[in-house]
Design a protein. Structure first.
Length: 282
């Protein structure tokens, strides 16, 4: 059955080194909608430049993104790890520009910084220094949150999102200029894709790995799932581990990766895998 609801655009702003966190961001939004939207008569629509912008000439890329996506955003969620993002003509990065202009417009922003360990040989020192300076500037202007695993980010963002929806005046107001009231049917909810968000992230990362390989190793006290210099099993929480191991099985079932070891420890991306990965927007 359809019902009337107010739709709020929730934008994720982040550099390209937090693909897994971006996937979690969308999952938390979709889960909130599934549980709350019909009762609360509120729908949260996750948006980003990669899904809500279209080709246009006549201005710089970031200016076009600002016009097409940022200006219609009600809530912005910024996520960082080791990179600040690509510099623009006005700001240190496109991500920082989106955040600063959103805040300057008097709109709500929630910022998260990952403290997950990184291989420093793979870290761009200039990017990291720019990020440190931006993070330092944020200390004097509000509150931000840190996390050290995907599981912790999921828990914190889910809790904080609920707090904002319960308490912030924007969500309680009957009239909001930046939101739209419309009839919501079942098709408004994202159709479950053939791949989970974790599987999409894993496939995109292995397609960018120089050897096109994924290693999955179990050891006493934990496990590691690695590709492209990243470990996706940083958390020992069984629920989190199961999600990523299920993503690995999905890629196998779809013939997107093939096992090369004898103990399920090494996998290589297939030609089909590369084709599908190229269609996934990072």
């Amino acid at each position: 059955m359809s019902y009337d609801a107010k739709v709020f655009n929730v934008m994720v702003a982040s550099p390209g080194d937090v693909l897994a966190e971006r996937a979690v961001f969308r999952e938390v939004i979709h889960e909130w909608n599934a549980v709350n939207s019909e009762v609360r008569k509120v729908v949260l629509l996750p948006v980003g430049w990669e899904t809500h912008s279209s080709p246009e000439m006549g201005a710089g890329p970031q200016e076009i993104i600002n016009q097409q996506v940022l200006h219609g955003c009600d809530l912005l969620v910024g996520i960082f790890w080791t990179r600040a993002g690509t510099p623009t003509t006005e700001f240190a990065s496109g991500t920082i520009e989106e955040i600063e202009k959103h805040i300057a417009a008097g709109r709500l922003a929630m910022l998260y910084f990952s403290s997950t360990p990184a291989a420093m040989d793979d870290v761009d020192i200039g990017q990291y220094q720019t990020l440190k300076e931006f993070k330092s500037s944020c200390r004097e202007r509000g509150l931000y949150e840190s996390f050290d695993s995907l599981a912790e980010f999921r828990n914190k963002f889910s809790r904080h999102l609920q707090q904002k929806l319960n308490a912030h005046e924007m969500f309680k107001s009957a009239l909001t200029d930046a939101s739209t009231s419309l009839s919501v049917s079942d098709f408004m909810y994202p159709v479950t894709p053939s791949l989970t968000d974790e599987a999409k992230v894993l496939l995109k990362e292995v397609s960018q790995d120089s050897y096109g390989r994924i290693s999955h190793v179990r050891y006493i006290g934990g496990a590691a799932l690695q590709t492209n210099g990243k470990n996706f099993l940083g958390s020992k929480e069984r629920r989190e581990v199961a999600r990523w191991e299920d993503a690995l099985r999905q890629l196998q079932d779809e013939d997107l990766i093939v096992e090369r070891g004898h103990k399920g420890e090494v996998f290589e991306i297939t030609a089909k895998g590369y084709e599908v990965a190229d269609k996934i927007v990072s």
